[in-house]
Design a protein around this ligand. Sequence first.
Ligand SMILES: Nc1ncnc2c1ncn2[C@@H]1O[C@H](COP(=O)(O)OP(=O)(O)OP(=O)(O)O)[C@@H](O)[C@H]1O
Length: 251
Amino acid sequence: MIEMKNVSVRYPGTKFDALSDIHLTFEKGDFVCILGKSGAGKSTFIRCINGLQQLTQGEVFLDGKQVSNMKEEQLRQVRLEMGMIFQHFNLIPRMSVIQNVLTGIFGYRSNFKNLIGLFSADELEQAKRIISEVGLSDMMDRRVERLSGGQKQRVGIARAMVQQPRILLGDEPVASLDPGTSNHIFKLLKEMHQRLDLLTIINVHDIDLAKRYATRVLALKDGKLIFDGHPDEFAESNYKETYESSDHLFI
Ligand SMILES: Nc1ncnc2c1ncn2[C@@H]1O[C@H](COP(=O)(O)OP(=O)(O)OP(=O)(O)O)[C@@H](O)[C@H]1O
């Protein structure tokens, strides 16, 4: 489904690769957690998949089509297949839950319809169904600024899911949440992953969440892939290697 071939990224003015020579494939049904300390390259990795990151070297393919050299219009189509959730939710605070969720289908519609906020009965129905699936049906009209962090992330998930993506990408979606809420969010993500047979790829700091929910764990260090395997195989020594101090930190 997704193939990364020889992918490297070096940001302008830096001495090291933020991602270095990554070769990987991902298939439908994978629930992947990416571990790595701050600066290891996790966000850069996710951006390579959704075409937001210019590669220094290599290629990324989605179903055999090269994402890394697509024009903006083609990329827009590809991104519709990829739902994205973020650490800071990226919601519009003064808008309601349902209005925020409906922004997830903007990519499918004409700019004119988006501008005047015209949604069909089907689109509204679909948004309501997904809001109820994430457990917020009684908060449909509440402004998101009045929600807790966990509720905001549920809105973020609903907004991603209303796109009906085949792939769900998460850039540290639970980094701002407490452990209990983080667990609930992962449970919800896993349930959606299983029910809809999504490819799910999520950056996370919490090894316990990765072990509990992932079917596959990747670990990055200084932009290099140092582990790729089943969560049960991720041993104490892998943990130490992943989180011990980095050569790049003070350079
Ligand atoms: N726009 C940029 N310009 C220069 N260097 C960058 C830029 N973005 C990221 N980097 C560097 O690339 C490396 C990887 O960054 P990235 O954000 O991918 O790491 P991360 O693992 O997601 O970190 P965190 O967990 O803190 O979000 C880091 O050394 C970072 O400083």
